[in-house]
Design a binder for this molecule. Structure first.
Ligand SMILES: [Zn+2]
Length: 256
């Protein structure tokens, strides 16, 4: 199990090797290289089974290295926190090497995830982007949509970024209206999931549609339709919160 407590002054332990969003296969927990001294610029992440874990950012991935989705599909859920942390910290670190306020070279602090500017004191923390993801239902039926980025045949729940100054529930109603032209009645919170592509925090909701008539926006989604529990399209992968929303609804209406 991953423990979120940054090892102070540690110089050895497990290592995760990351390059261009791909992680090397390892000996422990599938993505951990065996305990050994860390390279000098390794970033301490926390502990795995009480052994310190650090991240090493490398230039080129090797042939057998898998991307985040590849690993999410292989690893048990107990490893997701470790994997998401490595991917998100790696992405943040690569993109925040300079101060966003004055442009000086920033340096990483040891006791927390922060890049500090020695010239102006500005601090940069890992970016986490809250998104809503929502399953719209009408009785037993589910509203699922296709993004142009999806593999052929796949449909999923609606999702979108929360805008500055917006509450999550407001974002749910706005996204549903923008993408499929529906107004919804009751909106209820389900659960959340860190989604490291590259730094989203998905907040899952159920929303009950007041009517079945939809109007597709054609940009963010290219198709949307109502599905009955007996006739479903190809669904998102099992490890995703969108799939958990769908499965939870199916169970509640007796379709699973
Ligand atoms: Zn600065």
């Amino acid at each position: 199990m991953f423990r979120r407590d940054r090892p102070q002054g540690a110089t050895q332990g497990y290592l995760i090797r990351l390059a261009q969003g791909r992680i090397a296969p390892g000996a422990e927990a599938e993505i951990l290289q065996s305990a050994a001294p860390w390279p000098e610029d390794a970033i301490a992440l926390g502990y795995w089974e009480d052994v310190p874990v650090a991240l090493a950012l490398e230039a080129e991935p090797g042939e057998a290295w898998l991307d985040g989705r590849g690993w999410l599909g292989r690893l048990p859920e107990s490893h997701f926190g470790l994997l998401s942390t490595a991917l998100q910290v790696g992405h943040w670190y690569r993109n925040h090497r300079f101060c966003g306020r004055c442009g000086s070279r920033a340096s990483a602090l040891e006791h927390e995830f922060a890049m500090a500017c020695p010239s102006c004191g500005h601090r940069n923390y890992p970016r986490i982007s809250p998104c809503i993801i929502t399953l719209v239902t009408h009785g037993d039926e589910l509203l699922l949509a296709r993004s142009p980025r999806f593999p052929p045949g796949r449909y999923s729940t609606l999702a979108g970024f929360i805008e500055p100054g917006e509450a999550a529930e407001e974002a749910v109603r706005r996204e549903i209206f923008e993408e499929v032209g529906l107004t919804v009645g009751r909106v209820s919170y389900f659960k959340s999931q860190a989604w490291p592509f590259p730094h989203a925090l998905m907040l899952g909701f159920f929303a009950e549609a007041a009517s079945r008539r939809i109007r597709i926006d054609g940009e963010e989604i290219v198709d949307a339709a109502w599905f009955t529990p007996r006739r479903l399209p190809q669904l998102p992968p099992l490890y995703s919160i969108s799939r958990a929303l769908i499965e939870t609804h199916l169970k509640a209406v007796g379709g699973r």
